[in-house]
Design a protein around this ligand. Structure first.
Ligand SMILES: Nc1ncnc2c1ncn2[C@@H]1O[C@H](COP(=O)(O)OP(=O)(O)OP(=O)(O)O)[C@@H](O)[C@H]1O
Ligand SMILES: [Mg+2]
Length: 509
């Protein structure tokens, strides 16, 4: 009979969507007290597989066994009853409800038939403390940043006291400090005998946290290896080839300043931020979460107002707080929250890719639909978007492939100044290199790239210059040679009282 430690077994699972075979025979098993990593490229079928366990999808063929018994999981309730809790890649919280209401949605504690708010909020507070996040149970989910949303999702899953916990890229949006907290929680759950299915594109997390790894390629399980397997071996299993160079930055000769930001200030948010990005240059912005990086680039893009300062593109001042003006000037922004700001989920890939260009074309009066189609096809191919066709709705693309579409729409629009806010979040190792190569092509063609990333190796590997922000100010600037993990972190945790420019002014530069 089956192993008494076996919590879950999946045999030969298949799932087809119109035009796509998402899963084509996957085997997987999970034991008590282990972290089993699911590894695979964007679109390999990881999220689809776990949706069979959460009851979101039903398999076309194959078996699912829980505790040695074959089961049918027809919905979230079945899944919960079997002791399975799932944290989805795309969050599942209701924006207008409070944190406590979200955690206990559908299961609110009651007293005399009424929802017992006091108890619900106290229970939520205890869970939030357990995951180590400082957020009020009464806060509206709408007001939370993405990292906190993730922690609320985790608190919610803990409240179910599950035997099987599924986490689909939980660390994609977390800072290294938050990742450590999460790992501590996962390790404690493992000690308690919980089985954890863990999906990640961060290979270094596998050895740090995992026990076993199942690799999925094109909807098939292609291998099961221990988590101690060397990273290059994991990559080879996953993408079917080895990756020579993770950060293939080729630095072209730089030209004149394309983007100039002068003394940008939004009272209470960021102060006297000045920098420039030259044609051909990649400038990275590093800093801790909350340092003001996203706020600054949103202001540069016209999505948020600022109180003082100026933004210029090729010397011409761009109207403040006016996204259209910024786009006309050639500025593009790939936002950190692709679902909220980057995509129209119920439109096709082609429509999404054309969003920026169409807007410009409509204003100019001419829409070249044929040209649009050809250009969209080319970009989708360049980015290797895994799709059934350009007509597929973006909502049904895998997470990493959605991100590629957001980047693709700015590539199509011939953007001069491309701002990338966490561009490779959720992107697999192979596709990352492709995005870096596109950055190379863009800068070789004379564009300027400004890149925010919390992935320090990425900032160090791809930037020609690194700006470090701390507490709403630019704490320092480092050349590619000077920038190291240590020099960046030292500036990131510093307390800049005056900006670099003010310091330079007082030094008499
Ligand atoms: N509802 C759906 N309709 C059509 N196609 C779908 C649907 N859901 C998933 N797919 C397709 O199934 C394939 C597998 O997607 P899945 O989301 O499982 O990938 P993934 O391994 O989780 O990738 P990522 O690392 O990017 O999150 C993709 O080609 C995707 O477009
Ligand atoms: Mg996924």
């Amino acid at each position: 009979m089956s192993n008494p430690d076996e919590l879950l077994r999946i045999e030969g699972i298949r799932k087809t969507f119109p035009g796509v075979v998402a899963l084509d025979g996957v085997d997987f098993d999970l034991r008590r007290g282990e972290v089993h990593v699911l590894l695979g490229e964007n679109g390999a079928g990881k999220s689809t597989l776990i949706k069979m366990l959460s009851g979101a999808y039903r398999p076309d063929a194959g078996r699912i066994l829980v505790g040695g018994e074959e089961v049918r999981i027809h919905g979230a309730q079945d899944s919960e009853r079997l002791g399975i809790a799932t944290i989805y890649q795309e969050f599942n919280l209701v924006p207008d409800l409070t944190v406590a209401e979200n955690i206990f949605l559908g299961r609110q504690p009651r007293r005399f038939g009424m929802i017992d708010r006091k108890k619900m909020e106290a229970d939520a507070a205890a869970l939030l403390e357990r995951v180590g996040v400082n957020v009020s149970p009464r806060a509206r989910v709408r007001e939370l940043g993405i990292a906190r949303l993730q922690m609320v999702e985790i608190a919610k899953a803990l409240s179910l006291n599950a035997r099987v916990l599924i986490m689909d890229e939980p660390t994609a949006v977390l800072t290294s400090e938050e990742v450590e907290k999460l790992f501590a929680i996962v390790r404690a759950l493992r000690e308690d005998g919980v089985g954890i299915v863990f999906i990640t594109h961060h290979l270094e997390e596998i050895a740090a946290l995992g026990d076993r790894v199942t690799v999925i390629r094109d909807g098939r399980s292609v291998g099961q290896v221990p988590a101690s397997t060397p990273e290059d071996e994991l990559v080879r299993l996953m993408v079917g080839r080895s990756i020579e160079q993770q950060y293939p930055r080729e630095r072209p000769d730089t030209g004149a300043a394309l983007l100039t930001v002068e003394g940008l200030t939004r009272d209470g948010v960021f102060h006297d931020v000045s920098f420039e990005v030259r044609a051909g240059e990649v400038v990275g912005i590093a800093g801790l979460v909350g340092a003001g990086r996203t706020e600054v680039v949103r202001a540069v893009f016209g999505a948020d107002p600022y109180d003082r300062g100026a933004v210029r593109v090729a010397g011409t001042q761009v109207r403040r707080y006016d996204v259209n003006a910024a786009m006309e000037a050639g500025i593009g922004l790939v936002p950190e929250d692709r679902k909220g700001q980057g995509l129209v989920l119920d439109a096709s890939i082609e429509e999404n890719l054309g969003l920026v260009t169409m807007r410009a074309a409509t204003r100019g009066g001419l829409v070249d639909r044929k040209g649009q189609h050809a250009a969209a096809a080319k970009v989708a191919d360049q980015l290797r978007v895994r799709m059934a066709g350009l007509g597929q709705h973006v909502r049904t693309l895998s997470g990493g492939n959605q991100q590629k579409v957001v980047i693709g729409k700015w590539l199509l629009a011939n953007t001069k100044v491309l701002i990338l806010d966490e561009p490779t979040r959720g992107i697999d190792v192979g596709a990352k290199v492709e995005i870096y190569q596109l950055i190379n092509e863009l800068t070789a063609a004379g564009a300027a790239v400004l890149m925010i990333s919390s992935d320090l190796p990425e900032v160090l590997g791809m930037s020609d210059r690194v700006l470090v922000m701390a507490q709403g100010r630019i704490a320092g600037e480092l050349s590619a040679d000077e920038a190291t993990q240590d020099s960046v972190m030292a500036l990131a945790v510093s307390t800049p009282t005056t900006s670099v420019n003010e310091m330079e002014a007082t030094r008499g530069h």
